[in-house]
Design a protein around this ligand. Structure first.
Ligand code: NAI
Length: 255
């Protein structure tokens, strides 16, 4: 697998690239020979350098930060002609329930999980040409009731952003889709309770959690020409969690 991308290959910008799903996307793209501009709030000092990955510090809430990423992307796309894609994987969880959630929980969750991806699309889509692809990382919590109300609301929002951007950018040949992961083993879920993990496995038809690379593989497909007629779509990557709508415990109860 190539570790060094062709100097003329068009790059992809990935946010939340230092951890979990974002880091897995970077790994998959690098393996595919695609150069990456990898953005995160901070980078651990011991993170290994990779020749085809350009690391940047970005707070996705900050329009000026996005302008700096756009300037860098414009410079690095000079040879390739255009930016190939954007993966909005940065995200934060808020676990307060409705009886004790605060306005600050909502503001933070929406700023990172909803406004951030929208600012990224705004800043980077002008650098894209026909064939480019944008993927927003939603959540199973974006398509069903979820105990963490601010997180859930902030994850329902990017569905509207995805579909609106798909409509607006479609005439330019730019596709915009979202993926909705179920329970994936990352640093984010490492801090979840054992009860939360256990019930997720129980309600997932594949009876297990997922790995970041299983999400990255789907995102890589949505970035590639293999999905050239797919836009405005939402793809569950959740082992079937959201597909049964409560049918699974019912089926088990009567078996
Ligand atoms: P993670 O916590 O391992 O990684 C998230 C990354 O986003 C971190 O590197 C963090 O520094 C970065 N980040 C947070 N705020 C940022 C900001 N303001 N600007 C730039 N970067 C920022 O989490 P994980 O699990 O990899 O999550 C990735 C995405 O997948 C998130 O959007 C999350 O909501 C979503 N997701 C994760 C699930 C899971 O089970 N792990 C399930 C459903 C959705």
């Amino acid at each position: 697998m190539p570790e060094t991308a062709s100097p003329t290959a068009a790059p992809v910008v990935v946010t939340g690239a230092a951890s979990g799903i974002g880091a897995a996307v970077v790994g998959r793209l690098v393996a595919d020979g695609i150069p990456v501009i990898a953005a995160d709030l901070y980078w651990p000092a011991d993170a290994p350098e990779r020749p085809s990955v350009h690391r940047v510090i970005l707070d996705v809430r900050d329009p000026e930060g996005w302008a700096a990423v756009a300037a860098l992307a414009a410079a690095s796309t000079a040879a390739a002609g255009a930016l190939a894609g954007l993966v909005n994987a940065a995200g934060i969880t808020r676990r307060a329930r409705i009886e004790n959630v605060t306005a600050e929980d909502f503001e933070l969750a929406f700023a990172v999980n909803a406004t951030g991806p929208a600012l990224g699309i705004q800043a980077l889509s002008p650098l894209m040409a026909s064939g480019a692809s944008i993927v927003n990382v939603g959540s199973a919590a974006a398509v069903m009731a979820h105990y963490a109300v601010a997180y859930a609301a902030s994850k329902w929002a990017p569905r509207g952003i995805t579909k609106t951007a798909a409509m607006e950018l479609g005439p330019r040949g730019i596709r915009v889709n979202s993926v909705h992961p179920g329970y994936i083993e990352t640093p984010m879920t490492a801090s979840a309770s054992a009860a939360f993990r256990g019930i997720n496995v129980e309600l997932t038809p594949l009876s297990r959690t997922g790995s970041p690379s299983e999400v990255a593989d789907v995102i890589a497909s949505l970035l590639s020409p293999a999905t050239s007629f797919v836009t405005g779509a939402e793809l569950a990557v959740d082992g079937g969690l959201t597909s049964h709508g409560g049918g699974l415990p019912i089926a088990r109860a009567i078996s």
